[in-house]
Design a binder for this molecule. Sequence first.
Ligand code: GRF
Length: 230
Amino acid sequence: MSATPTRPDRIAVLVSGRGSNLQAILDAIDAGTLPAHIVGVFSDKPSAAALERVEPALRWSASPKDYASREAFDAALGDAIEATQPDWIVCAGYLRILCDAFVERFQGRLLNIHPSLLPKYPGLRTHARAIADGEAEHGASVHFVIPELDAGTVVAQARVPVRPGDDADALAARVLEVEHPLLLAVLRLAVAGRLAERGTTTTLDGHALFTPLLLDSAGALRAPGADGPV
Ligand code: GRF
């Protein structure tokens, strides 16, 4: 008798702040629209509001200032994550740069949601920078994490218009509305075993994904120009 293959459905989430993306994941799991388990929520900010969104047994946090170096903190974080045996590690508002050894340790399982249409606007203050540049469009990207900041291959993006009179907060709120369905749509592919990172290439169903998928207005992901959702 052969063993039933297990789905890669164990998700660890890294957070530093309020945790609305984490909440979207929790709500989707509760609603039965994301067949996954949260195995742990990890933070570099012991006071992060995001931690309160899960039961204490699932929380791990520590202050980087209590560690001798960035590498020592990331090693402790990595050990705690590894102990939960996650299939996927999702940075959802994790505001600390991860050191190369951490990224290499979890490469291929490490996803980040970033509030810009990468490769535009890596780093911080993305909304203010997009407005200052007069962009007509802005949005969010989910990408695999590599050692270079916000530079891994982009799996999927969601676009929103920049409206006249937008300030950074107004634009951030519009982007956040699409971040949640975007992240959930990518995680559905991930836990179904359809998504992988092979070297520097992202694959979907075993085929290289050369252009990011796009979130449509129904919350489904499409390859650009394709008739139906993936
Ligand atoms: C989101 O905009 C995410 O893209 C960025 O940080 C923010 C986190 O929001 N990396 P939340 O903590 O999930 O509410």
